[in-house]
Design a protein around this ligand. Structure first.
Ligand code: BTN
Length: 245
């Protein structure tokens, strides 16, 4: 299996995740197939948000995986391998420390550089397919004012950046970390825990609409966030807690 073989590239597409989902519903698709586009007319973000990215400047791609071997309760490992593939790709071009903002964002100095949208198909107790959607800001240097704290690779390096080079490295890292989680995920999980945004720093969260102070300590083996609060350590599922900014 090679991530990026084949790659279906489109000048423009509604959303690479939507196209990938239509493809897997229609016919058998090889693991590692990538859907890539220069421009999405209706890119999807987390929580029904839109993901807007100007033509030809950033990575907007979806990788189709078939992780039949992965238990459903361990599917968080797909977030881990994707986040760390992005971190390792970025670390090649920049010295700044790259953080994983649980559960789906990658940050540089309090600014968002990448977002992940994973959509899986489950049959019985098996993961039939997972679509790993990645938006990674590479060349963009201007955003509409409503976009909160964005950044990109070009804004963090003085090197000349080639979009296709970044893409190839990202797919290489994804392939490597996908192999890792099939063997033994423990070291990668440790690195992921060590890269958590705001780890060991008191910060403000929203929990059930209320702002609450707390400190991120770790993520458990099921992907729940462990936060120290004034009530002691608490575990949060995705959607139960968010960073205030
Ligand atoms: C987020 O931060 O809210 C997640 C953003 C995910 C965006 C990517 S771009 C490629 C893929 N196709 C989509 O429609 N969304 C993901």
């Amino acid at each position: 299996m090679k991530i990026g073989l084949p790659t279906y590239f489109f000048e423009s597409l509604e959303s690479t995740n939507v196209y990938a989902a239509q493809l897997v519903a229609q016919k058998p698709v090889a693991e590692g197939t990538v859907i890539d586009t220069a421009y999405q007319t209706n890119g999807h973000g987390q929580k029904d948000r839109i993901w807007d990215s100007p033509e030809g400047q950033n990575i907007t791609s979806s990788v189709i995986l078939r992780p039949h071997w992965l238990k459903i309760q361990d599917q968080f490992l797909l977030n881990v391998m994707t986040s760390m593939a992005i971190v390792d790709t970025l670390q090649f071009w920049m010295d700044q420390s790259i953080k994983v903002k649980w559960p789906n964002d990658v940050y540089v100095n309090d600014k968002k550089i990448s977002g992940i949208l994973i959509q899986s198909g489950i049959q019985g107790s098996t993961l039939q397919y997972s679509i790993i959607g990645i938006g990674l800001n590479v060349l963009q240097n201007k955003w509409p004012s409503e976009v909160k704290n964005p950044t990109s690779i070009v804004l963090n390096t003085s090197d000349d950046i080639d979009l296709n080079e970044v893409k190839s490295m990202l797919f290489e890292q994804l392939e490597k970390h996908y192999q890792t989680i099939q063997k033994d995920a423990s070291k990668l999980l440790d690195r992921y825990r060590g890269s958590l945004y705001k780890k060991d720093e008191e910060t403000v969260f929203y929990i059930q609409g209320k702002s609450v102070k707390g400190t991120v300590r770790a993520v458990d083996d099921f992907g729940r966030l462990i936060v120290d609060t004034s009530d002691g350590p608490r575990l949060f599922e995705v959607g139960e807690i968010s960073f205030s900014k």
